[in-house]
Each structure stands twice: as structure tokens, then as C-alpha cells.
Design a protein around this ligand. Structure first.
Ligand code: KIV
Length: 270
């Protein structure tokens, strides 16, 4: 059964929600049976397009990947990120762009980054029947350099602001909120204080669910990953070994063998 907004919303203080990013149809096919929610994150710009931050993700990029993921998602709720520049400056632009992503991808919900200052936009979208997932704490769209990805809310003042952000976004109508890179006590306090599920990334097991960037948790990259990532596989090494073997077999003509080769049809005697 396909997950609904209500299924996610009702998971508050229940079995933790299992969430991952996904950007393509074949990966979605693999992840979908196991996940409650798949996020077509604007991290696609870094993960698949080699950019240094998420700011270069475009509306067209998010729509193309959103459509691809929707083709294979049978069970998980699919959320597409609103890219940098598509919602934060003007409420009417936000609504037009949000509607466009929903219409052209057929996705179930959108995510946008920001706390108190984005509450009006979250409210406007939800009032127009567009389900919104919030994103507070570390906001990748505000980070421009690789060393800008830092833990948030470590001092009292920052922590208080992030708590205000969480309350503002959930009161504005978000059905769940991603909480990124904050210390455990703050994640626990936010989870206790708001009505909607918190989905943690680098925010401890105190959250109502967890999300990771899929390429990071599968070890598809040999780049340094943040401390909060656990690598459940080492696919980078496996791919590297497979391609090394392929190269050897091509160069020594061990591949292709007869079973990989077409023969002409031979006529059989009547
Ligand atoms: O774009 C993304 O991958 C995200 C996750 C880090 C939550 O926003």
C-alpha cells in the first residue's frame, strides 16, 4: 500500500520512519520496498552532478529526477526538494513553482529549507493543498563551501532559535520536519515540543525517523562523509574491483566468451 501524508504524520512517537534520498528510477526500485519516504533531494546537484553545493540545483533538474523517482515508487511517499531560488524571495513565485513541481512530477509533497522566516510560505503552500516537509538546523542551501557543513544549535541562543524554527514550521502546517546536524538534547527537545514527526539527519535517535543521502550510506563515494553517516556497504570498492577485472578481461580477450557472443544460424538437415 502506498504511504500517505497521514501515515507519515501519524508516525509521531511510533516506529521510527525509514527515509532515504533517491534520484533515479533504478535506485528507487531498490529502495522503495524498504522505505516509508523517499526524498528527491537537491543534494542531487552534488551527488550526481559533481557540484560543490546544492545551490546549483534547478527547477528543471528537480522535476526530471522527481519524474524518474515517481516511475518506480510504488510504496514510499515521494517528496521533492524545492531548489534554491525557487521559493524564498517571493510568495507567489513559491506557489507557482511548487504547483509546477507537483504537476510535472506527480510527487506527493515538497520540502523547503528554513525556519521562522519561511513559515508564511509553508502556510501559503499548505493552504493551497501542497503538503510540505520542513527542514531546519543545518540548511545546505545556505552553505557555499565544503567546510560550511557544521553542527548547529550548540550554544543556547542558536538552540533557542532552532526550537522556534521547529515550532513555526510545524504550526504553519508542515506534515513533518527534517532536523539536520543538531546535538541530541536539542533534537529530543524539538521532537517532544512539536506535533509532527521529526526526521533526523545527524540529529540522533531521539527523532521520529531518520534520513540519509543514499550514496553516502551505500559507500558509493570515496569522498569523506560526515560523522553522522553510517556506511552499510562499500559499493565504491566493489565497483572499482569489478571494473578493474573487466579491464583485464577485455585487454586479455577473456571477455567476451562464446556465451556472450552471437553465432550465425546453422541449417539443420531435414
Ligand atoms: O537534499 C537532501 O539530500 C536533503 C537531505 C540531506 C535531508 O535535504
Amino acid at each position: 500500500m502506498k504511504k500517505t501524508i497521514n501515515d507519515i504524520f501519524s508516525a509521531k512517537h511510533q516506529m521510527p520512519l525509514v527515509c532515504l534520498t533517491s534520484y533515479t528510477a533504478p535506485m528507487t526500485k531498490l529502495l522503495d520496498p524498504h522505505c516509508d519516504l523517499l526524498l528527491v533531494g537537491d543534494s542531487v546537484a552534488m551527488v550526481l552532478y559533481g557540484e560543490v553545493n546544492t545551490q546549483s540545483a534547478s527547477l528543471e533538474m528537480m522535476i526530471a529526477h522527481g519524474r524518474a523517482v515517481m516511475k518506480s515508487a510504488k510504496r514510499a511517499l515521494v517528496v521533492v526538494d524545492m531548489p534554491f531560488g525557487s521559493y524564498e524571495h517571493d510568495k507567489q513565485d513559491a506557489l507557482i513553482n511548487a504547483q509546477r513541481i507537483m504537476d510535472e512530477t506527480g510527487c506527493d509533497a515538497l520540502k523547503l529549507e528554513g525556519g521562522e522566516v519561511m513559515a508564511d510560505i509553508v502556510h501559503l503552500l499548505t493552504q493551497n493543498d501542497i503538503p510540505v516537509m520542513g527542514h531546519i538546523g543545518l540548511l545546505p542551501q545556505s552553505v557555499t563551501t565544503a567546510d560550511g557543513f557544521k553542527v548547529q544549535g550548540r550554544d543556547h541562543e542558536d538552540a533557542q532559535q532552532i526550537m522556534k524554527d521547529a515550532k513555526a514550521i510545524s504550526e504553519a502546517g508542515a506534515f513533518c520536519v527534517v532536523v539536520e546536524a543538531v546535538p541530541e538534547p536539542l533534537a529530543a527537545a524539538i521532537t517532544g515540543a512539536i506535533q509532527v514527526p521529526t526526521i533526523g539527519i545527524g540529529a540522533s535517535a531521539a527523532c521520529d525517523g531518520q534520513i540519509l543521502v543514499v550514496d553516502d550510506m551505500l559507500g558509493l563515494t570515496d569522498d569523506r562523509v560526515p560523522k553522522f553517516v553510517k556506511q552499510y556497504a562499500a559499493l565504491h570498492d566493489q565497483i572499482s574491483k569489478a571494473v578493474t577485472l573487466y579491464k583485464h578481461e577485455v585487454q586479455t580477450r577473456e571477455f567476451p566468451k562464446a556465451e556472450n557472443t552471437y553465432q550465425v544460424k546453422t541449417k539443420t538437415a531435414a
